[in-house]
Design a protein around this ligand. Structure first.
Ligand code: PBG
Length: 337
């Protein structure tokens, strides 16, 4: 390879010798690793957990191989694993015993998430516990807020979300993450937290969250599929990205400490714009459908799971995400060790 020269004769050798050869630094793994711009670490990941009532429950979600609904005792085992793998944080979703019209389970101080937080903070105190703040897992109709005359109402719903966030903080949550996309919820939550001396609890807002088909498997996991209608009156239109900047700007203005773009893969351009424009700690949610597609294709032998997983997570970080919420967190952390 030392004196590679084309023998085809179309180009004179002097020209060939003077190319800028970008392949030089790709020739060995040593060179490649020296010039690699993006490197994943387990510290980039936030691992989602689905907590259910009961004990010894470890029920695999059909559409999400490797993801389980876990009772609190099993959640604790999972948290120890997560910590051992060097992943700093989990985000909790709760599936309550009973659902009702107003999602009471969401802001019950002895609710499923509140109890899980207390257990985790006792057993694995160093693990950063983030909570998803939303009503959809707790309402009988599966919507993220209060429904009146077939409308998902805004202002009443954000009051309940603030109440929910407060009970999470009181139970010991380290950070709260509103995922509803109603207007004004970050401000409502910030106010209630501050009024109750939780001024040091940060808010990670699902700031640019799209009305996406990629959430399908999650709704199996969280049992939160809406019984009628959809979420398009509050989640964003996938066609828009200027609007994402306005959403993010609004949440920062209301007090968000970390801003999230969700989903990740069809919205890498949005992640990049948000990071460049606001220079905020930026998270991206590698959502359920993005996970399940890879699992399904890999099970069929159509793609190399580890390779595609690494490529996908690297692309999200390269696009500008500082933090990645991903069901692959444990698999990726194991691979990175
Ligand atoms: C709402 C919420 C959803 C997800 C996270 N929080 C679903 C939705 O908006 O319907 C989706 C996450 C995923 O698909 O992995 N509480």
């Amino acid at each position: 390879m030392q004196n590679e020269k084309s023998t085809l004769g179309y180009i004179s050798y002097t020209e060939t010798e003077s190319f800028k050869r970008l392949r030089r630094l790709r020739m060995t793994e040593a060179f490649r690793s020296m010039v690699r711009e993006t490197e994943l670490t387990p510290k980039d990941f936030i691992y989602p957990l689905f907590v259910v009532p009961g004990t010894h429950v470890r029920k695999e979600v059909k559409s999400m191989p490797g993801v389980f609904q876990l009772s609190i005792d099993e959640t604790l085992r999972e948290c120890v694993d997560v910590k051992t793998l060097g992943i700093p944080s989990v985000i909790l979703f709760g599936i309550p015993e009973h659902k009702d019209e107003v999602g009471s389970g969401a802001y019950d101080e002895n609710g499923i998430v509140q109890s899980a937080i207390r257990a985790i903070k006792k057993e694995v105190p160093e693990l950063v516990v983030i909570t998803d703040v939303c009503l959809c897992e707790y309402t009988s109709h599966g919507h993220c807020g209060i429904v009146r005359d077939n409308q998902i109402v805004n202002d009443e719903s954000i009051e309940l979300l603030a109440k929910e966030a407060l009970t999470h903080a009181q139970a010991g949550a380290d950070m709260v993450a509103p995922s509803d996309m109603f207007d004004g919820r970050v401000q409502a939550i910030r106010r209630v937290l501050d009024q109750n001396a939780f001024h040091n609890i940060p808010i990670m807002s699902y700031a640019a969250k799209y009305a996406s088909g990629f959430y399908g498997p999650f709704r199996d996991a969280a049992e939160s599929t809406p019984k009628f209608g959809d979420r398009r009156s509050h989640q964003m239109d996938p066609a828009n990205s200027d609007e994402a900047l306005r959403e993010v700007e609004q949440d920062i203005h209301e007090g968000a400490d970390i801003v999230m773009v969700k989903p990740a893969l069809s919205y890498l351009d949005v992640i990049r714009r948000v990071k460049d424009r606001f220079a905020m700690p930026t998270a991206a949610y590698n959502v359920s459908g993005e996970y399940s597609m890879i699992k399904a294709a890999a099970r069929n032998g159509w793609i190399d799971e580890q390779r595609v997983m690494t490529e996908v997570l690297t692309s999200i970080k390269r696009a500008g995400a500082d933090l990645i919420l991903t069901y692959f967190a444990k698999d990726a952390a194991k691979l990175l060790r």
